[in-house]
Design a protein around this ligand. Sequence first.
Ligand SMILES: Nc1nc2c(c(=O)[nH]1)N[C@H]1C(S)=C(S)[C@@H](COP(=O)(O)OP(=O)(O)OC[C@H]3O[C@@H](n4cnc5c(N)ncnc54)[C@H](O)[C@@H]3O)O[C@H]1N2
Ligand code: MOO
Ligand code: MG
Length: 721
Amino acid sequence: MSSQPHPPQLLKAAILIISDTAFKDPSTDKAAAALEEVFETKGAGKWQLAKDDRAAVSDGIAVKIVPDQKELIQNAIIAWTDGDTFMNLIVTTGGTGFTPRDNTPEAVTPLLHRLAPGLVHGMLAASLEVTPFAMMSRPVAGVRNNTIIITLPGSPKGAKENLQAVLKLLPHACTQAAGENSRIAHAGGTQRLEKEAGVSAGPARSKEPHTHTHNHDHSHSHSHNHSHGHGGHQVPKAHTNPSERPPQSNDPRLGASHRARQSPYPMLSVAEAVAKILENTPSPTPETRPLSTNLVGCILSCDITAAEAVPAYRASIVDGYAVIIPTEESQRHLTKGTFPVASVSHAQASSMPPPLQPGTIARITTGAPLPANANSVVMVEDTTIASLTSPEFGDDASSTPEEKTVTILTDALSPGENIREPGSDIAPNSTILPTNTRITSLGGEIGLLAASGTRQVPVYRRPRLGVLSTGDEVTDISRPGPLTGGMIRDSNRPSLLTLISSWQLCDEVVDLGIARDTPHSELETKLRDAYGLHDLDIVVTTGGVSMGELDLLKPTIERSLGGTIHFGRVNMKPGKPTTFASIPVKGTENRSDSDASQRTQRLIFALPGNPASALVTANLFLLPSLQKFAGVADPKGLERVRVRLAGDVKCDRARPEYHRCVVGMDGASGLLVATSTGMQRSSRVGSVGGANGLLCLPAREGALEAGETCECLMMGMVNGF
Ligand SMILES: Nc1nc2c(c(=O)[nH]1)N[C@H]1C(S)=C(S)[C@@H](COP(=O)(O)OP(=O)(O)OC[C@H]3O[C@@H](n4cnc5c(N)ncnc54)[C@H](O)[C@@H]3O)O[C@H]1N2
Ligand code: MOO
Ligand SMILES: [Mg+2]
C-alpha cells in the first residue's frame, strides 16, 4: 500500500439557510454571503462551494433557502448526502434558538448516523468567549453517510464565528467521513493539522509514531471508518476523490462487497425506541361515525351524554297488575281485596293504556307503560283470579275466558314499587361514557350508546395498516406440496395479521402479500402502493433489516422513499435489527386530519424476519404506536404483571430478553405462574405458539430460578381467551 499523501482535493461544501423570512424574500439573507466569505478567505484552497459544480449534486445548488419546516430541512439535506455524489460538508444557519419555529436541531438530529459532539463543544466554547448569548443556540453536528453536517446560528455574525471556530479541522474530518484511508491521512497529516488548528499535541501524543498500524484506541480518537486499514482485512484502494462514494455504502445496487460491515444505526434501549415511536406517531384525530358494531375498538374522543331518557316512560318491572295503592301507611290494608281488571298494558310500541280509575286494576307485562294514576305493580304471583268473563253472560264474544276480577293477596306494597321512572336507568343529558373510553368487544359500551339514542359517535380515527412480508425465499402458505430449495412458508404475515386485528386498533388491516428482494424495485413499488394506492397510515414489514446484502428495507426507506429512520437497532433479544421510520407522502390533502405535517408522514415498522422476533417486536413497538394513533390516553403497550417462575430461565449476557412463556393461575395460591415455551431461538415459531406472556429478563450472566418472581408483559389473557 502506498504511504504517499495524495494530491489535495477540493472539498464540497453546501450552505442551507433555514429561515421563514429569507425563504419569502431571499434578499433579506445575509448569512450565506458571510459564510461564503469565511470559506473563501479562511479556507482558501480547500473548499469548493458546489454551486459551480452543478453535476456534483442532484439539484446542483450549494446555497439553498428553506423555511423552518422539518421535512423541507430534511429533504434538502438528504438530497446532498444520499446520492451517488455528495457534499463533504453541509452547514445550516438558523432555527437553532428557542422559539417554537426553531426546529433545526430536531430536523437534523434524526438524520445523523454518527454524532460529533466535539464540533459542538468547539463552536460553543469559541462563541462563549465572545458573548453569553451563545447559550441561546442549540447546535448539533454529526455525520450522515459521508457528509459532515453542522448547524450554525441564524445571525450572520454568530454563524461566521462558529464556522471559523471549527473550519480548520473540517477538511481532515470531512476527508475521513468521506471514507479516505485514515492511515494515509495520518501519515503526513496529523501534526500539520494540529498545528493549523492551533491544537498542541501533548507529549504522549507527539511521541506517537504517525506510521502506527491502525487501531481504535489511540489517544486522539478521530472516528475511523472501520472497513479500512484493519489488520488482516484487505485494504481497499485509497480514494483520491473525497466526494466520490467510498466502498462502504447502503446502496444495495453496489452489492455485497460494498455493504457496510458495521451497522451505522445506534443501538437504542427498548424504552428509548418506544419514546421515539410515540414522538413520531401522529396525535389522534377526532371524527364522527355512525353507531354500529364496526366501532368496536374505537376510543371516544369526548364525553358522551345521553340523547334520550331510559326508560322514556314509566314502565313496569314485573308481570302483574298496575294498582293505585293508598299513600297513607294506615290505609295499606285496603290494597288487599278483589278488583275489576279494567285494561291491559302490553310491552308494545304503538299505544299507551288508558288512565286507571280508582277501585280498578290493569293487567301489565314487564317493561310495559304504566297507566296514568297507577303507583305500584303487584306481581302476578301475589294474586288469584276471582272471576272470568264468559260468552254466555255476553261480556266477551271470544271463546277463551278472560280475567274479569282479580284478588290481590298482599298488602306489603309501597308506592313506586316495581316501577322504573322515566330516566331512572339513564337520565337525559347525563354523561354515560367519558372521553377516552374504549368501545370494547364485551358489548357494554355499544349497548349504552344504542340505548341512550346516540346515533353518531365521536371517536378518534383509527389507522389503516398493511402487513408486507419480504424475501425471495418467503413462499405463500397456499403453495401446495413440499417446499423446494431454500423456500420457507410465510408464517409472519398470517401471524401478524391475526395479532394486529385482535387489538382492534386499526380501521383496516390489509394483507400486502410478499415483496421479493429481486428485482430491487419490487419492495419500493409495493411500499409506494401501500401508502399511495391503499392510502395506508402504517406499513409493517418483516425481514430484510439486518446486515445481509439483500436486506433492503433500510436503504429502500432512506434512499428510494426519502424516509427518515428514527432507529435501526434496539438492544433486545429477539428483535435487535428492528427499524422504525417515517415516510413522507405527498397528495394526501383530502384527508380530514387537522395537522398537515402529520398527514404527510406515514410510518413503517420494519420488523426482523425471524418469526419470534417479528411477533415480539410487534407487541413491544407497534402496539403503543397504534394505541396513541387511535386515542388511548396512556399508550403504554402491553400490561405489566409480576409472575412466579415455574422453572429456571436462562438470561442472555448481552441483551435484555423477552422470553416467551405461558402464564396461568396457580389454583392453590391464586398467583400467576409462568412456564417457558422452551428453546428461545428467534427463528423458532414454537417459542411463540401458546405463549401469552413475555418475561422481561435482564441482560446478565446466569439464570432466574424457579420460584423467583419476574416482570412479565401480558400479550393475551391469562386463561387464553
Ligand atoms: N451479520 C449479522 N447477521 C445478523 C444479525 C446481525 O446483527 N449481524 N442480526 C441477526 C438477527 S438478531 C436477526 S433477528 C435477523 C434479522 O434478519 P432480517 O430482518 O434481515 O430478516 P431476513 O434476513 O429477511 O430473515 C431472517 C430469517 O427469517 C425468515 N423469514 C423472513 N421472513 C419470513 C416470513 N415472512 N415468515 C417466516 N420466516 C421468515 C428468513 O427466511 C430467515 O430465516 O438477522 C440476523 N443476522
Ligand atoms: O434479535 Mo434477533 O431477533 O435475536 O434473532
Ligand atoms: Mg437478513
